[in-house]
Design a protein around this ligand. Structure first.
Ligand code: F6R
Length: 241
């Protein structure tokens, strides 16, 4: 794993964006894996800025999001569909049908998980996956204890994850209890991975990732077994290294 330390969140976002743009330049039909949450929003703002300034095109790009809440309709402000449209898709020239996110309102979740997994495979797999990390080490919504062999699946969210994400909802009770997430093996199939880590609340998780053992109890530790991972961490996140 390659570690890039930055002074602050702004620089982290700029450096990650520069690297994403270089991959896009090399492959204008990039299959790009995306994450939601607070951490990648600065990266998305940088990509939007670049699109406006330099007209970088996303016409041939396909995106694949890591996860979606169960039971939240696409048009609901709390869905990750809505989040991605608002934070990125509607500000760049990507055809919306080339943006892919699991359907958290599917009738049959088992079928939806299989469909999403096969779909990624049919598209030739993910070239570059952007990840954040949970304080408990989750990647996507693969909570501690998830098998490293897991494929796209339904997951019960950890209480700590629901609490962390309650900042986006009116109350903790409103936070969904389940999600569909790419599995750990799905993420590991990506040809390249960028892990973005920002802020003091992630310092312990980053230290455990860098210095701890590889264990299903700390899902992000699997990244040590991937040949092409870059971690972008700001000063606060790197405070315990
Ligand atoms: C989001 C996702 C999660 C987040 C993680 C960190 O699609 O899969 O793993 O990346 O929970 O979230 P933030 O960035 O909000 O701290």
């Amino acid at each position: 794993m390659k570690l890039i330390q930055t002074l602050n969140y702004a620089e982290l976002s700029q450096q990650a964006a520069a690297q994403v743009l270089s991959r896009l330049k090399g492959n204008p039909a990039l299959n790009l894996g995306l994450a939601t949450g607070s951490t990648p929003t600065g990266l998305y703002q940088e990509l939007i800025k670049d699109h406006q300034l330099n007209r970088t095109s996303y016409q041939r790009v396909n995106t694949f999001n890591l996860d979606e809440y169960i039971g939240v309709p696409k048009k609901d402000h709390h869905s990750y569909h809505y989040f991605m449209c608002e934070k990125l898709f509607e500000h760049i020239d990507i055809p919306i049908e080339q943006t892919h996110i699991p359907d958290g309102t599917a009738k049959d979740f088992g079928k939806e998980c299989t469909r999403y997994e096969q779909f990624i495979r049919e598209y030739g797999g993910i070239d570059l996956q952007v990840l954040g990390i949970g304080q408990n080490g989750h990647i996507g919504f693969n909570e501690p204890g998830t098998s490293f062999d897991s494929r796209t699946h339904l997951i019960d969210l950890a209480e700590s994850t629901r609490k962390a994400n309650s900042r986006f909802f009116a109350s903790l009770d409103d936070v969904p209890r389940q999600a569909i997430t790419m599995g750990i093996a799905t993420i590991m199939d990506s040809r390249e991975i960028f892990l973005l880590v920002s802020g003091i609340t992630k310092a312990e998780a980053l230290a455990r990732l860098m210095e701890g053992e590889v264990s299903e109890e700390f899902p992000a530790s699997v990244l040590k077994k991937h040949p092409n991972v870059t971690i972008f961490a700001d000063k606060e996140a790197a405070a315990m290294l």
